[in-house]
Ligand binder design. Structure first.
Ligand SMILES: [Ca+2]
Ligand SMILES: [Ca+2]
Length: 397
């Protein structure tokens, strides 16, 4: 039976793999971070889960082939319902018959990560293999922590070519046999395919999540960022809207901001995506020598203390944004180029009250105005200018 539910576990370990060629399989022991808590429960709850098997009745065990002592239903631990499948000591492999569980279901469609939850009294190494017609296609080893139901999911979307439409077997192997009992409850798959920024004619870019990766397409470039489930230093999405998307990582590169026009800043350094070199020169000059900002005092002030502002001049190099604080429902300011051109400057304004925001630049309407989750207002000013521009932003009529 297929049933939808929301994720409700606290400790989540998701494991993915990105493998294009089926033979030979990669052995990437320990690549996923595994035990780090990479997402909050609230973030995970946005994904629908489908339970393929709950191990509530003896007949449910027929969906598992065990190499070793026969699997049993156990009431000792249950992830859902009353019981789970218990794999005894000395079990070598347990194979889930996904084709039987998924008969009649379109595969994989949007349901790209698939796997199962495990529970052990002590940490347990598990190798997860996704097999099609006897050949391992995805292959991962991960350590399940002690005393916590932990999902081990494989990224089916990483499979390309004719194999992508075939339902495979999900094999869990235990090196040298299990030295302790292991409980398995819920075989699941998850739908995390979605357009974060839909491809549209009037937008120069799109942002999609598929399996354990983000795909950002700008007009001349495509960037694929692996999520922490698929790579040790994967990227966590922090913000996405029609102006930009922001990611962070625990790896050597910490912060990545990509704007719709292909401007990309990695740890505050401009790394343009598919932008003409002649335009890159102007963007680089604007980044190195940002404009002078004059704000009418009664409306607000420059924020010189944002975390990514290296020299406290009010321009945040990490995000490529001017940082302003409004002290009234409206704010007016002038940006005066110090070197070269202003190239689509982006301004982030804190302190504006809730409500619809409108902005004008030199009397013309500004189209790109976004209210961020934290209440700040993000504005991208259009075009390029060698001269000062005056901007007016207000909330309400
Ligand atoms: Ca159960
Ligand atoms: Ca600065």
């Amino acid at each position: 039976m297929v049933r939808l539910l929301k994720v409700w576990t606290f400790l989540i370990v998701l494991v993915g793999c990105n493998q294009k060629h089926p033979d030979p399989p990669p052995l990437r022991i320990g690549e996923p971070v595994g035990l780090q808590m990479v997402r909050t429960e609230a973030q995970l709850s946005k994904y629908p889960f489908r339970i393929l098997q709950q191990f509530e009745h003896p007949v449910d065990l027929e969906f598992v082939i065990v190499d070793g002592p026969a699997a049993q239903l156990s009431m000792d631990h249950a992830h859902t319902g009353q019981s789970s499948a218990l794999f005894e000591k000395k079990t070598n492999t347990a194979t889930i018959k996904l084709p039987s569980l998924l008969s009649g279901v379109k595969w994989p469609g949007q349901w790209t990560p698939a796997g199962a939850y495990f529970f052990a009294e002590k940490p347990q190494t598990v190798r997860a293999v996704y097999e099609i017609e006897g050949r391992p296609i995805l292959n991962y080893a991960v350590q399940i922590p002690a005393k916590a139901w932990t999902p081990l999911l494989l990224d089916i979307s990483a499979i390309e070519g004719p194999n992508s439409a075939k339902v495979g077997l999900l094999r869990f192997a235990f090196p040298e046999g299990l030295a302790q009992p292991l409980w398995c409850d819920d075989v699941v798959n998850m739908n995390n395919v979605g357009d974060l920024i839909e491809p549209r004619k009037d937008l120069a870019w799109s942002v999609q999540e598929r399996g354990f990766k983000y795909i950002i397409k700008t007009s001349n470039s495509t960037v694929t960022l692996k999520e922490p489930e698929a790579a040790q230093h994967g990227w966590i999405l922090e913000e996405v809207n029609e102006i930009r998307t922001r990611f962070r990582s625990g790896g050597p590169e910490k912060a990545r901001v990509i704007y719709a026009d292909g401007r990309q800043f990695i740890d505050g350094v401009l790394r343009p995506l598919g932008i003409k070199p002649s335009v890159v020169i102007d963007i680089q000059a604007h980044h190195d020598y940002p404009a002078r900002v004059d704000i009418m005092e009664e409306f607000g002030r420059l924020n010189r203390n944002s975390p990514g502002d290296r020299n406290n001049d009010g321009y945040d190099e990490m995000n490529g944004t001017y940082q302003l604080i409004a002290t009234a429902p409206r704010i007016e300011f002038t940006l005066s180029p110090r070197s070269g051109l202003l190239v689509r400057p982006v301004v982030e304004i804190a302190g504006l009250p809730p409500g619809a925001v409108t902005a004008t630049m030199d009397g013309r309407w500004v189209q790109r105005v976004v209210r961020l989750e934290n209440g700040n207002v993000l504005i991208e000013l259009p075009g390029e200018s060698a001269f000062p521009v005056t901007v007016s932003v207000k909330v309400g009529q």
